[in-house]
Design a protein. Structure first.
Length: 487
């Protein structure tokens, strides 16, 4: 990846798009390393070896892939509106192991499913998973039973590879085992970590040459259409292309890699897990996303101009024009009668629901500008600049709650506790990470501020009775990690 630094800009440009007149690149793009190190944890390898003679045959090799979770540092819920986002690949990751079978079954096994009250092993006949006339809705029905739902993230990868014409239906069955140290439901993209690990293992097993961004898109199809969660693509891109100790800058139009943003050595990114379950499959996230696309459709009708992404507009555009165009709220049925369906294939407008169109449309436009400003602050790397970056995180968190109606009291409390200690104690900014409600708060802090984060966690536990786990460390994405063979 080429190295570029230009002082300032309102919006950074994708690497392959050149530099637009009047704009300059704000990121230092760090050259990708070519060396690869062993990344698979010994615990995961020991667990996989224990399945020989049961799920896996004793003599044949097993291919193993790994993909990390992530912290959404800036951008988050604006990803589906084409925003610039900054993502931090975590040390926590999912490992997927694959081997052929002699029968015609696709079987997946999870080491943690039983602890979550789910079926640890799910088997599906290949003909049901990969039939040429099978729709994604019919594939989703295979995993509709609550205890089997997790298997859709894994075996859904096989169905999508076949349905999208990447490979023919397998002639033999396959076994896939997954193990993970990623906290489920904590808002750090455990599902993307699982999908990318499984998709990478399957691709290696069938010797498929899939470009990393294409692989991320295929995983998004799994989540949107097999699992049924209306997520954007930033999580899958980070699990695939993230770099250890760097923020991955992605412009989600739909997935342009801008580069790797290096945080100065004196500073770091941490996570505080609230203990409140996070989900992008709930009504609040889906309604917020639907309202955003409704706003886009209303703007297009009012201006007579088609726009592919809301973030083509600036905050000045919103203040001067769009605010007046957008209704504060509109009932789904009234919208459908006047404008028809939106162009979002992951959500549907419900006739009886009232949507907060104006505030939900406002958020991504302002958030996109905040992300660019945040990256510029990180690029400067001075103490005042890092304080400015922290203020942008607080503004993002406020917008997420006030304008999108998301978040929860517990994550708000964590953000408030970080802010009360502030830069004097090495804590610069905090915001909820990802989309949905609950989950994890991302924190920008001095690299040596872990003890202060422990103080935050202690105060949080005293007030809520919940233990806030501290996430630290980073690791490479699947595209930069070797798929290993266990013989």
């Amino acid at each position: 990846m080429r190295s570029v630094k230009i002082a300032s800009a309102s919006i950074a440009q994708p690497m392959d798009a050149g530099i637009a007149p009047g704009r300059r690149e704000i990121f230092r793009l760090v050259k990708q390393h070519t060396s690869r190190e062993k990344t698979l944890p010994r615990r995961a390898l020991r667990q996989i070896e224990k399945l020989r003679g049961s799920l896996f045959s004793a003599g044949d090799p097993i291919l193993v892939a790994r993909a990390p979770a992530r912290l959404d540092v800036m951008g988050g819920i604006a990803d589906y509106s084409g925003s610039l986002v900054l993502e931090w690949p975590l040390a926590q990751a999912t490992v997927a192991a694959i081997q052929s079978r002699s029968d015609a079954l696709a079987i997946t096994y999870s080491f943690s499913a039983a602890d979550l009250g789910l079926e640890p092993e799910v088997a599906v006949p290949l003909e049901n998973l990969c039939a040429s006339d099978r729709t994604y809705a019919e594939v989703a029905d295979l995993f509709a039973k609550t205890g089997k739902s997790w298997a859709g993230y894994v075996l859904g990868c096989v169905a999508v590879l076949v349905a999208e014409g990447i490979m023919p239906a397998p002639a033999r069955g396959l076994s896939i085992a997954v193990c993970s140290d990623v906290s489920i439901g904590s808002g750090v993209a455990s599902s993307a970590s699982l999908e990318v690990a499984a998709m990478s293992a399957i691709a290696a097993h069938y010797q498929l040459q899939i470009e990393p961004l294409r692989l991320a898109r295929l995983c998004q199809i799994v989540e949107n259409h097999v699992v049924g969660a209306p997520c954007g693509i930033m999580d899958q891109v980070t699990a695939s292309l993230g770099r250890k100790d760097h923020l991955l800058a992605i412009r989600c139009r739909p997935h342009e890699i801008v580069g790797d943003v290096r945080i100065p050595d004196a500073y770091g990114v941490f996570g505080l897990v609230s203990g409140v379950r996070h989900s992008v499959g709930g009504n609040r996230y889906g309604r917020t996303r639907a309202a955003t696309f409704m706003g886009k459709k209303i703007i297009e009708a009012a201006t007579g101009q088609r726009t592919d992404y809301l973030t083509r507009y600036s905050p000045a555009d919103y203040r001067e024009t769009l605010h007046k165009i957008l209704p504060p709220r509109i009932k789904g049925g009234d919208f459908l009668d006047k404008y028809g369906r939106t162009d979002d294939d992951a959500t549907a407008v419900e006739p009886d629901v009232t949507y907060s169109v104006r505030p939900c449309t406002r958020h991504p436009i302002y958030e996109n500008a905040r992300v660019a400003q945040f990256a510029e602050c990180i690029e400067h790397g001075t103490e005042p600049a890092m304080m400015g970056a922290g203020k942008l995180m607080y503004a993002s968190h406020h917008s997420y709650g006030r304008w999108c109606g998301m978040g929860c009291r517990e994550t708000d409390l964590l953000v408030r506790l970080v802010r009360e200690l502030g830069p004097a104690h090495g804590l610069y900014g905090a915001k909820i990470t990802g989309g949905g409600c609950g989950g994890t708060v991302a924190v920008l802090a001095r690299a040596d501020a872990c003890n202060k984060l422990k103080d935050v966690a202690s105060q949080y536990q005293q007030r809520t009775g919940l233990e806030a786990e501290i996430l630290r460390g980073s690791s490479d994405g699947a595209a930069h990690s070797p798929v290993e063979s266990i013989n």
